[in-house]
Design a binder for this molecule. Structure first.
Ligand code: NAG
Ligand code: NAG
Length: 181
């Protein structure tokens, strides 16, 4: 059993999407925060937020002055989010349904406790890569409703057959950076 030292900062579940998430150091594992790069949008940070489904999180984009983003690390090829709660040690893995080549469709990107997809990677330029199951699969930032709030939400989807973005969405690239501890 590998011993892992967690930081003493324990913020509890109320801290989801908080302005001061724990920067928990996991020995030898770099922690990343992600920002949105999308046409017509300023730099926004990616934060995990409680969803209506137990043990599921949704992802929203917020101004960095309000939310500094939810840190994550790669565990093999799973992208695991670190919520700063000792009861949930980095157990939430990024997940989305496979959507094949259904033009114009989008599905929410979520994080599932003790789960998540394989196939994530961080390119040398810091871009988050995900395993695609069809050409034209992409991350999108979409106007949506999360917990009753109109907000920009992270989705996964397929461009329309004419190459346009899906409805209410803009193609998104997630750029990682390492927050200073
Ligand atoms: C990697 O994931 C496994 C299985 O979910 C977990 O037991 C382990 O603690 C994780 N390691 C890190 C460094 O997050
Ligand atoms: C989201 O809604 C806002 C406000 O109506 C609008 O300005 C923006 O263009 C929409 N974004 C997308 C990606 O559809």
């Amino acid at each position: 059993m590998v011993s892992v030292t967690f930081s003493a900062i324990t913020l509890g579940l109320a801290a989801l999407g908080s302005a001061h998430p724990s920067k928990r150091a996991i020995a030898g594992t770099p922690e990343y925060v992600f920002t949105l790069q999308a046409q017509g949008y300023p730099t926004l940070t990616l934060s995990a937020t409680n969803s209506r489904t137990l043990s599921n999180l949704d992802f929203v984009f917020e101004r960095p002055s309000v939310y500094s983003g939810t840190p994550a690390h790669l565990n093999e090829t799973k992208l695991q989010f670190d919520l700063g709660d000792p009861d949930f040690p980095s157990g939430y893995g990024m997940y989305f349904q496979d959507i094949g080549d259904n033009y114009g469709i989008t599905v929410p990107v979520t994080a599932i406790y003790a789960g998540g997809k394989d196939g994530f990677s961080i390119a040398s330029d810091g871009t988050l890569g995900a395993l695609t199951d069809a050409a034209f699969n992409h991350f999108f930032a979409c106007n949506g409703t999360v917990n009753g709030e109109e907000i920009l939400q992270l989705k996964w989807g397929v461009f329309k057959s004419n190459g346009e973005n899906p409805a209410r969405c803009v193609a998104a690239t997630l750029h990682s950076f390492t927050p200073s501890a």
